[in-house]
Design a protein around this ligand. Structure first.
Ligand code: FES
Length: 561
């Protein structure tokens, strides 16, 4: 196979002319022949002024390029779609597959022998891994790293767990606007991704566990010298992979690696969003992410990582407390230590050489977990035939076994219009249902699943209720929230058939989610159901027609395998 600038020549019907032209253009940019004969490492940058989580991406690309040159190869930095949670209308999840396609096609089209993928904010790491697995070129992931924690009036603050806490206090009239303003300046005090165990931190930890990063790459703070050194080392390793021709992503990912990811997802009390992303990542390799196995793993895996929102600390504490390999060491009986990594070492090799010191408060020993039970459980029942997820570690225990009348919101707009209506007929026993907020319905399955507690109940001190939807929830959120109901309402799932007052039964211990309406009545309602109209054109049309449901990862059906 042709390597470096000789690879993937533009098709003029004359390869030598195509190479002559390509090299000519680079000579025009000031390159020498000696440089142009080197192996080529692409550095995929997600730097964007619209992505403050990636404000350091340019500096990381420079450091990675330095590493590439130190190893004798030639770096080329190139852009891709960059997604930030707060800058992606209507939701970044809608665009994750677009980014994955861009990554896959550009990695395939460009003359590179290996690629460094710089990602971090929630959807970017999943999109990059999906695209890289499909392209199957030697690839190594470089997370941008998490922000440092903020400080306000003696309290450490974390985005976005404390964003939600402070906003809820403001909504309930317990925090003055001026106090909210002062805290606002400290919620995101540096560049980097959210520093709690939200989706970005979860996906960085899972990428490292799957073997796609150098050890320590998930946890080093965005603004630390460790992060820059990791970037340089990542570039150096990518140059070695360019020469060796591997490992490729499909040589890294396996059923064993995915099971390891499930163990770490449970032990870190990671984001429920990871269940969707892991299914999509696995699907790109022709594998099935086993949600039943995730549930079973959870039953035997305590939560050991003491990070917000389940615990007290932040990503910087995890890094200085030992990082992910220290957690793997605690979990070594449950992990497949033979799983390979891009570094050329197996997980077990890294555990064996990693410094022994571990901060026992941050990475708890097995006999002193944060939470003895499972973090994430998978439910099924007549309301969710293809499954639903609940983060038990963030739920109110007594609400995890609850029967109550449904209060149905038909859409995000309906929710926004009525949730704070003083006449809303709602009691703390109600089960709030949000539908048509799934992959097709919203579209893009936004993080709307943690429906706000209605103002009138909040004022009475109610802080949690059972909430059910076909949407997702931020990894930084909490509550008794059932998510990812599949099939979604807009695909004709049973959620579409629920009416106000129907009794819904949640029994998380038995992993059941049911609506207590007999099958004959449900069949009658099903016959009257009409699918919503599809978007008229463009990417939204493609998305609505080809997106899979949450249990399959919400990827496009034609991109799997
Ligand atoms: Fe980017 Fe939280 S918004 S990681």
């Amino acid at each position: 196979m042709k390597k470096g600038l000789r690879s993937r020549l533009a098709q003029y019907g004359d390869e030598e002319f195509a190479l002559f032209l390509r090299r000519g253009f680079l000579k025009g940019a000031g390159f020498t022949d000696e440089a142009l004969d080197r192996p080529v490492v692409g550095i995929l940058s997600t730097a964007s002024d619209f992505n403050p989580c990636h404000a350091t991406a340019g500096r990381l690309a420079e450091a990675a390029a330095r590493g590439v040159r130190l190893a004798g190869a030639l770096p080329f930095v190139f852009p891709t779609v960059s997604l930030h949670e707060a800058f992606s209308f209507p939701t970044s999840m809608l665009l994750r597959n677009l980014m994955a396609m861009d990554v896959e096609e550009m990695v395939r089209a460009l003359p590179l022998d290996a690629v460094v993928l710089i990602g971090g904010c929630d959807k970017t790491i999943p999109a990059e891994l999906m695209g890289a697995i499909s392209a199957d070129m030697p690839a190594i992931l470089l997370p941008v790293g998490a922000m440092l924690a903020g400080r306000h009036e003696g309290v450490r603050l974390g985005a976005c767990t404390d964003c939600r806490r402070l906003w809820a206090a403001f909504r309930a009239g317990k925090l003055a606007p001026a106090d909210l303003d002062r805290a606002h300046d400290q919620l995101m005090p540096t560049a980097g991704t959210c520093m709690v165990m939200g989706t970005a931190s979860t996906m960085a930890c899972l990428a490292e566990t799957l073997g796609f990063t150098l050890p320590g790459a998930a946890t080093a703070p965005a603004v630390s010298s460790d992060r820059i050194r990791i970037a340089e080392a990542t570039g150096k390793r990518a140059a070695e992979m360019a020469v060796a021709g591997g490992p490729t992503p499909r040589q890294i990912i396996s059923a064993a690696a995915l099971r390891n990811a499930s163990v770490v997802l449970q032990a870190t009390c990671g984001s429920t969003n990871a269940t969707v992303h892991l299914a999509a990542i696995a699907g790109r390799a022709g594998l099935i992410y086993d949600l039943a196995e995730l549930d079973a793993v959870g039953r035997e895996t305590p939560v050991l990582l003491n990070l917000k929102p389940a615990g007290n600390f932040f990503m910087e504490d995890f890094h200085s407390g030992g990082g992910l390999p220290a957690l793997w060491r605690r979990l070594r009986e449950q992990l497949d230590l033979s799983a390979p990594t891009v570094n050329g070492e197996a997980i077990g090799d890294i555990v064996a050489r990693w410094p022994a010191w571990t901060d026992d408060e941050v990475v708890r020993p097995l006999d002193r977990p944060i939470c003895p039970g499972e973090a994430i459980a998978m439910l099924s029942g007549n309301l969710a035939p293809n499954g639903a997820a609940i983060k038990l570690a963030s739920a109110t225990p007594k609400l995890c076994n609850h029967r109550g009348p449904a209060l149905v919101f038909d859409s995000l707009k309906d929710l926004a219009d009525r949730i704070d209506d003083p006449d809303l007929p709602v009691t703390p026993d109600h089960v709030m249902v949000l539908r048509n907020a799934g992959p097709i319905g919203a579209p893009g399955m936004p993080e709307a699943g943690a429906l706000p507690v209605p103002k009138k109940l909040g004022a009475r001190g109610v802080t949690d209720m059972v909430r059910i939807s076909d949407a997702r929830m931020s990894g930084t959120a909490f509550g008794t929230v059932v998510l990812h109901v599949a099939p979604e309402a807009s695909a004709g799932g049973p959620l579409a058939l629920v009416r106000d007052g129907d009794i819904i039964a949640l029994d998380a211990g038995k992993r059941r989610l049911d609506v207590e309406v007999d099958e004959a009545e449900l069949a009658k309602r099903r016959a009257a159901w009409k699918p919503p109209p599809k978007p008229a054109r463009g990417y939204a049309r493609l998305y609505a027609e080809r997106v899979t449901q949450a249990d399959k990862g919400c990827d496009f059906d034609f991109l799997a395998g």
